[in-house]
Design a protein around this ligand. Structure first.
Ligand code: PLP
Length: 409
């Protein structure tokens, strides 16, 4: 029996992937280091200017290799285990992921994406007609929809609070969210990093205040894990939904669901098979959902190990530095508006700009011609990850200068 060790390995010899550049290069010449990481560890061709990691991240070579290896080993039936998940508890993998994310193994379940986890959270909390869920006015449709179903089906009410753009400070945002809690509020739901803009919310302060008022806190963390330093148990929330396929190098179809220990027996599962009510099994009962593709979990774990090998602090320092440069490039152009806050604590990698009413058809057309991949409309969210080159940002702003107007003199 080969077990899972061989296909799960990201060992260079097995995957044909080069080892990471020596860390001394990072200190000596960070630009060279990160360029080598892009060129050697990713499939991204040189001509691709990719500035939309926020919608879906890029799986690096070790992840693709691990997925391929697993599929091949599974198809060859080299193992005595089914090459699947959906009935398994995946204890080793959950323990490793939980150690990285800062929670207990039993508090963590693997899902397919944040939408999956968010739907489970919204469907699974006991709420009665008239109970109120408060959220921001900038939640992703995947965050809003689960509560909308509850409103339509069970008569709960949903209230949105306005987030100022650009926000001034984390303190201002904490104030807005905490003061929105009313007498009927049962759940405070918000994104830890607000999707359309990239605002990093002061999650701990908000969740602590909710807890003090007896209100359940649920955090949409689709953009958090991998983009900013994160310890789930330190967020203070009751529930958290994450998408490792955005910032943690996981293959598409990777999700996480965190359920704070004291809530493990309270949340109702939605997709169920035998074991749905085995509360002693912790969050793993939320993974009893029927046959799924284990290669995705294997790839997610390879992505985690890739991130650990790079050093999450190095990754954060790089992507935040690129975001800072991005912010400055936008701020130096009077034709552009910034929806992200100037206070650096308010963004990780995502910076969002606007075009002050300029016509944008030419911008989108030329972006495609120049192979610049961006996401947005009048409000454009730009993402930087470790494979982003400074020249990708320069290419984008030179496009903006050509189409919309020049830089401030
Ligand atoms: C804040 C937020 N929540 C949820 C989602 C949905 O994520 P997924 O497609 O991984 O389910 C997204 C996707 O962009 C998001 O930005």
């Amino acid at each position: 029996m080969f077990g899972l060790a061989a296909p799960m390995s990201t060992n260079a010899a097995e995957t044909g992937v080069k080892p990471l550049p020596d860390p001394s290069l990072l200190a000596a010449d960070p630009e060279k280091y990160w360029l080598r990481v892009r060129e050697e560890q990713f499939f991204l061709p040189g001509w691709r200017n990719f500035l939309n990691n926020g919608s879906l991240g890029v799986a690096p070579r070790p992840v693709v290799g691990a997925v391929e290896d697993f599929l091949e080993h599974g198809a060859a039936l080299l193992s005595d285990e089914y090459p699947r998940w959906g009935y398994e508890t995946l204890d080793e993998e959950r323990a490793e992921m939980a150690a990285f994310l800062g929670c207990k193994k039993d508090e963590l379940a693997f899902t397919h994406c944040a939408t999956d986890s968010l739907s489970t959270i919204a469907a699974g909390i006991d709420l009665k007609p008239g109970d109120e869920v408060v959220m921001t006015d900038l939640e992703h449709p995947s965050g809003k929809a689960g509560w909308a179903v509850r409103a339509a089906r069970h008569g709960i009410s949903v209230r949105e609070v306005k987030i100022p753009l650009p926000p001034k400070s984390p303190e201002q945002l904490a104030d807005i969210m905490i003061s929105a809690i009313g007498p009927k509020t049962r759940v405070l739901f918000f994104s830890g990093i607000i999707s359309p803009i990239g605002i990093v919310m002061p999650v701990r302060q908000i969740c602590d205040a909710a807890r003090a008022k007896g209100v359940i806190s649920a955090v949409d963390g689709a953009h958090m894990n991998g983009q900013i330093p994160l310890k789930l148990s330190e967020l203070g929330c009751d529930y958290y939904a994450g998408s490792p396929h955005k910032w943690m190098f996981a293959p598409a179809g990777s999700g996480i669901l965190y359920i704070r220990e004291e809530n493990l027996g309270k949340l109702w599962p939605s997709i169920v098979t035998g074991g749905w009510d085995d509360k002693a099994s912790g969050a793993s009962r939320f993974m009893k959902i029927g046959t799924n593709n284990r290669a995705v979990v294997v790839g997610m774990m390879a992505g985690l190990r890739f991130l650990k090998a790079l050093g999450p602090e190095n990754v954060y320092a790089r992507i935040h530095d690129l975001a800072r440069r991005n912010y400055k490039m936008a701020a130096s152009r009077p034709h552009l508006e910034l929806f992200s806050g100037a206070d650096e604590r308010l963004y990780g990698s995502l910076v969002t700009i606007g075009f002050r009413g300029a016509k944008l058809e030419d911008l989108w057309r030329k972006a495609r011609e120049r192979k610049i991949w961006v996401y947005g409309s009048e409000r454009l969210r730009l993402s930087t990850h470790i494979h982003t080159r400074p020249q990708d940002l320069e290419a984008f702003y030179s496009l903006v200068d050509d189409v919309i107007g020049g830089k401030k003199a």
